[in-house]
Design a protein around this ligand. Structure first.
Ligand code: WTA
Length: 659
């Protein structure tokens, strides 16, 4: 936990105001009776059968929850199922094969593709057969390093079909990041592509993948999707296979979905933590799939006839849960967009909503803040009346942005759900149910039915309404991570030590977020309390950033903090001490920025690099990040008397102000 005190968390609280869910929405909502909270409470953990009932089981489970080996919980014990069957076959068996599963919208305005359930089924089967031919066996981890192209969900579902867990690495991550993840997962297979479009220009992605593979310490078989055709030439090297050729040579192949145990791994997803090494979060087949199907139904109000759109990238958990698995398990149409919201014009998203009659839109506060800045003239150019629900995820949303979204995108007719959750939780945890709860801008809402989340002080006691504290979850849930890949010890250390009482076998999950709770039990999440930044809704560990910076020649020491940013929420501020003989000049600044982009990716690019002769440290030698944050944010500096070197603070402050 950081040195941030509860008093400082208070400063992040928004003002209060509330809105009732629109009646037109309530009348048709999947969940509209508030009795659901009580039903789940009285019937816990069996209430989760309701989630499990949304999917098809090959063999029924014997027990809903096994907590004998807590916190290594098991859900839907001995149940057998296949995720790909649930996302494809069963909808076709129900006669819905001709309906659209994925509406893919390319960045170039003339490129779109509709995958029906039948079409998606066919390609998934063909690619699953190809993966098998390549030697992929059940439980082999297949890495995907791909942008938002349809072959990504195809590859994920093909893996699920043959029981091979996937590990998707965000395409914006660097070659180094790919290598680290492939090494950590012992992954011997990679699916990637030649490149993709960014703002009209073809971008070479294969080069980056190849560079990454140089850092992988074992042999890898690679599949390359030819996304760009003539716009970018590429050659295939040894152990590289062309995706289209593989699929064509397996034309018409059918692959029996492999029977998976409920607790078998469906996928791994790496995320940033407080130490340098990313954490391989393990999600399972039965619990995860049930949970994302349930939350898609209850919170996103997904119905089979909807055209639902989550604008996240599949390279993050939001895309896994709410572009791919949740919506497809429910048999709806899920939209996938390749490009950015401002290409070719700042109305691109609204054009897509209009063209496809999108019914739900799920996006991030950082995007909403950008829309707000661009102005309402862009959404006003389009008919957005097909929208029925709006959602946000990834970071706290300020009430102003919430209200703008509600008014200018939803026309005050759509509930806005502010959903708090994490890579580790698999699915949504804290949010209003859109057909039930009143909405309070800036506050996510109560924990979902069956979820027990609290806000506590440092000793674990619940705080008074209005006081800031730490968010905790004291009961397990089906979508929870099961462990960190091959690292049970770190799993316990990271999440289960702060507030659990091991001797009493009482396990409390600590998500490392600060929060407050009001009289109605609404939780406002205030942000991370560990050394993790949230830049545009993306988690970045300060340790990862610092080690990237210290790896640059000429840098002796570095401290990274988050500075407030209008659009990104938080931006990376790097305080750097140079090595003797090196100047803190433009050249070094550029090399630092480049070093961070190489080690992590452009999303981690430092907004400011501040050269300083010293860093403020406590007498025990710990860097006082809080002071550096205050400086970055232009705030009044707190008490500096506990510092070993208080004089350095003014120097740094003058430097930043002088910038
Ligand atoms: C933050 C993204 C406030 C939080 C699904 C959490 C939020 C981290 C919200 C997880 C929200 C996510 N309000 N903060 N509605 N949703 N966060 O793993 O700090 O990429 O711990 O998962 O994002 O980020 P992750």
């Amino acid at each position: 936990m950081s040195e941030e005190s509860e008093g400082e968390l208070e400063a992040r609280l928004p003002e209060g105001e509330s809105f009732e869910p629109p009646q037109s929405f309530v009348e048709q909502a999947n969940v509209s009776d508030e009795a659901i909270y009580e039903e789940f409470e009285e019937n816990w953990p069996d209430c989760w059968e309701r989630a499990a009932d949304l999917i098809d089981w090959e063999e029924p489970y014997d027990q809903v929850l096994d907590d004998d080996d807590a916190p290594f919980y098991e859900w839907f014990v001995d149940g057998k199922l296949n995720a790909s069957y649930n996302c494809l076959d069963r909808h076709i068996e129900a006669g819905r094969g001709d309906e659209a599963a994925i509406e893919w919208v390319g960045e170039p305005t003339d490129e779109t593709q509709t995958y029906t359930y039948e079409g998606l089924y066919r390609e998934v089967n063909e690619f699953a057969a190809a993966l098998r031919d390549m030697g992929v066996e059940e439980d082999d981890v297949v890495t995907m390093y791909m942008p938002m192209i349809p072959e990504l969900p195809v590859a994920m579902l093909a893996c699920a079909r043959i029981g091979a867990p996937h590990s998707v690495v965000f395409a914006g991550f660097s070659a180094d990041a790919l290598a680290t993840r492939m090494n950590s997962a012992d992954s011997e297979y990679l699916v990637t592509c030649d490149g993709y479009f960014r703002r009209g220009d073809p971008l070479n992605h294969k080069e980056k993948a190849e560079e990454g593979l140089e850092g992988v310490d074992h042999e890898v078989e690679t599949v390359v999707v030819d996304r760009l055709g003539e716009d970018l030439d590429h050659d295939l090297r040894d152990a590289e296979h062309d995706y289209d050729d593989l699929v064509a040579s397996n034309a018409g192949a059918e692959v029996e979905p492999v029977t998976r145990d409920a607790e078998d791994m469906l996928f791994l997803m790496y995320t940033s933590g407080t130490t340098g090494q990313p954490k391989g979060v393990k999600h399972t087949t039965g619990g995860y799939l049930s949970y994302v199907a349930w939350t898609s139904q209850a919170v996103l109000d997904v119905k089979p006839d909807d055209t639902y759109w989550c604008s996240a990238d599949i390279g993050w958990i939001t895309g896994h849960s709410y572009i791919v698995y949740g919506p497809l398990a429910l048999g709806t149409t899920t939209v996938m967009y390749e490009g950015t919201p401002d290409y070719p014009e700042k109305d691109r998203l609204w054009e897509i909503v209009d063209d496809y009659d999108v019914t739900q839109l799920y996006t991030a506060p950082t995007a909403i803040r950008a829309f707000m800045k661009w102005g309402e003239q862009y959404p006003e150019q389009h008919d957005l009346s097909s929208l029925r629900l709006l959602g946000t995820v990834g970071e706290p949303i300020n009430p102003r942005a919430w209200k703008w979204y509600y008014k200018h995108i939803g026309d005050e007719e759509c509930p806005v759900i502010d959903t708090w959750w994490q890579t580790e939780t698999g699915g949504m945890m804290v949010t209003t149910l859109p057909g039930v709860g009143e909405m309070k801008p800036g506050s996510a809402g109560p924990p979902l039915p069956g979820i027990s989340a609290n806000v506590v002080d440092m000793s674990g006691d619940e705080v008074q309404p209005g006081e800031a504290g730490y968010l905790t979850v004291d009961r397990p849930w089906p979508g929870m991570l099961r462990t960190l890949y091959k690292n049970d010890e770190r799993f316990i250390d990271e999440y289960w030590t702060e507030y659990s009482d091991e001797d009493a076998d009482e396990w409390v999950y600590f998500p490392e977020d600060g929060a407050k709770i009001d009289e109605d039990g609404y939780i406002t999440v205030l942000g991370r309390v560990d050394d993790v930044l949230n830049v545009s809704g993306h988690r970045l560990g300060t340790m990862e950033l610092e080690s990237a910076i210290v790896g640059v020649e000429g840098v002796a020491e570095a401290a990274v903090v988050g500075g407030k940013h209008d659009i990104k929420g938080e931006a990376v501020y790097a305080y750097v001490i140079t090595e003797d003989g090196y100047e803190g000049d433009e050249g070094l600044r550029d090399r630092i920025v480049e070093g961070v982009e190489d080690a992590i990716g452009p999303i981690a690019r430092p907004e400011e690099v501040i050269f300083t002769p010293e860093l403020p440290k406590t007498r025990s030698g710990k860097i006082m990040r809080r002071l550096l944050e205050d400086i970055a944010n232009g705030e009044e500096l707190g008490n500096t008397s506990t510092l070993r070197n208080p004089e350095v603070v003014r120097d740094i402050e003058n430097k930043v102000r002088g910038d």
